[in-house]
Design a protein around this ligand. Structure first.
Ligand code: INI
Length: 161
């Protein structure tokens, strides 16, 4: 649209530092999300040496680790990676709810971009589809969102608007 000021983050990871918070639960899926996230960061100009992978037991524990990583001041963005697959119990709903709201809360409380690469599905097949097969790779998507938000945050914090 003409005469409208467009403000958006670039998709360049050059010079940016990332923390990937990865759950060990359902690691056969989460490992693929981690691979997708690292690949996306590197393909957008980031360096592997500027990526830290922080492991937590399950998706429920991601928010606390993300909060502490944000407080360290060592990262420009955080990518939360996990896989919550519905079982026969209601555990799924509690883990999903806590992971989603906790991750969002960390971003708002700390002001650091924290993106959501936690797959929530009914079946293992659906999770596999979202971890680098038919439905793309949600880890790669979350890493791309983190790159964009880190650059957008810099623009907004500098007041270049
Ligand atoms: N954690 C997950 O990351 N995915 C799951 O599917 C899952 N299920 O189904 O139970 C899960 N549970 C563990 C949870 O995240 C905590 O680690 C655990 O409750 C200890 O606090």
């Amino acid at each position: 649209m003409e005469n409208v000021k467009k403000i958006e983050g670039q998709l360049s990871a050059t010079g940016l530092r990332f923390a990937l918070i990865a759950s060990r639960f359902n690691s056969f899926i989460v490992d693929q999300l981690v691979n997708g996230a690292v690949d996306t960061i590197v393909r957008h100009g980031g360096r592997k040496s500027e990526i830290s992978i922080i492991h937590v037991p399950g998706s429920f524990e991601i928010p606390l680790a993300a909060k502490k990583a944000a407080a360290s001041g060592k990262f420009d963005a955080i990518v939360a990676l996990g896989a919550v697959i519905r079982g026969a119990t209601t555990h799924y709903d509690y883990v999903c709810g806590q992971a989603a709201s906790g991750i969002g809360q960390v971003a708002l409380e700390t002001g650091l971009p924290v993106t959501f690469g936690v797959i929530t599905t009914d079946t293992i097949d659906q999770a596999i589809e979202r971890a680098g097969t038919k439905a793309g790779n949600k880890g790669a998507d979350a890493a791309l969102a983190a790159i964009e938000m880190a650059n957008l945050s810099r623009i907004l914090e500098k007041g270049e608007i």
